[in-house]
Design a protein around this ligand. Structure first.
Ligand code: HEC
Length: 199
């Protein structure tokens, strides 16, 4: 048997493989034609099948809604209330951190569209679990100091705000001077608390 390796036959092999892979053969058995003449038609059908199946999957996953709760906030125990936060620091936290580190997340429109919604929700839930300004008053003394030095580190080394968050939230793009001010404020608060602990 002689195998012709021209364009048409390699296209044919690709087509057959994709048919098997995509399961299109199962959905449209007639696309499994062995006639090379039908290949162009088959490709069109495969493209259509891919779009239709992809569309159906996209619609189905919209029903899998992630957690987008904003739990109630007790304004007496927030970081802002307890730490006597100056206005400029408050605005940095608001612009850069609040969406992931408080219970007052402004959920953007794409947080309603799967699969992006799952990723956004995951970041917010993880962010809150690690450091939640709305629950600050529930933290023990040591945990507060740890979080304050965490802020100092994260803001200085630019790991926070999460870099992927910044392009869609330009206001969160804190300047070097703003980062410096925020980092030093957090550090000074931690030091003040530690100093106070010995009294
Ligand atoms: C887009 C969401 C998002 C934003 C915005 C964001 N963070 Fe985070 N942050 C996270 C996530 C997720 C974690 C946990 C995983 C990790 O450490 O990367 C985290 C962890 C942290 C931690 C570590 C807590 C610990 O104890 O280990 C600190 C501190 C922190 N963030 C501070 C900040 C500050 C300060 C800002 C604003 C300048 C900020 N974050 C903005 C998502 C975010």
């Amino acid at each position: 048997m002689k195998i012709r390796m021209n364009n048409q036959s390699s296209k044919y092999v690709m087509c057959r493989e994709w048919l098997h892979f995509s399961g299109a053969l199962f959905i449209f058995p007639q696309t499994g034609s062995t006639s090379e003449k039908r290949i162009d038609m088959d490709f069109k059908k495969i493209a259509k099948t891919t779009i239709v199946v992809g569309g159906i999957i996209f619609i189905i996953i919209q029903f899998i809604q992630p957690n987008r709760d904003n739990p109630p906030v007790d304004s007496a125990i927030t970081l802002q209330a307890e730490m006597n936060v100056p206005a400029n620091i408050g605005s940095f936290l608001e612009r850069g951190c609040k969406d992931c580190h408080s219970n007052q997340t402004a959920w953007p429109f794409y947080s309603y569209i799967a699969p992006v919604s799952w990723l956004v929700s995951h970041d917010v839930m993880e962010g809150r679990k690690n450091f939640n300004m709305s629950e600050w008053g529930k933290y023990k003394f040591n945990k507060k100091i740890q979080k304050l030095s965490g802020i100092y580190e994260a803001v200085s080394d630019r790991s926070m705000p999460l870099p992927k968050y910044i392009p869609l939230h330009p206001a969160a793009n804190l300047s070097d001077a703003e980062r410096d001010t925020l980092a030093r404020w957090a550090q000074s608060q931690a030091e003040k608390m530690m100093g106070g602990a010995g009294e």
